[in-house]
Structure formats: C-alpha cells, structure tokens
Unconditional design. Structure first.
Length: 52
C-alpha cells in the first residue's frame, strides 16, 4: 500500500460476523478516530507514470 501512497495506519482489516453488531460499531468508531487523528492524507500519489 505504501507503494501506492497509502499510509499503513490508514488501512484496517477486521473480521466481524453479521451477528456481532456491537463489535462492528466499536471497530468503526476506533478506525474512524484513528484515521481522523492522522489528518488529511498527504502522501497520495497523483501522477501516473508511463509504462512502456
């Protein structure tokens, strides 16, 4: 992901069953808070390189 300009801290994976609504809410709140704390993304790669 870093190659594409995405910080590791902005990508989260979690397994939540459809029966775990409270866990889903907790995970979403934690991920949202951690990404907001990072601020705007500044490493996003905007240029496209030509491939020969």
């Amino acid at each position: 992901m870093e190659y594409m300009g995405i910080d590791r801290d902005r990508l989260h994976f979690s397994w939540v069953s459809s029966a775990e609504a409270s866990k889903f809410i907790t995970v979403v709140k934690e991920v949202t808070a951690s990404v907001k704390a990072l601020g705007p993304a500044t490493k996003f790669v905007k240029d496209r390189r030509q491939v020969s």
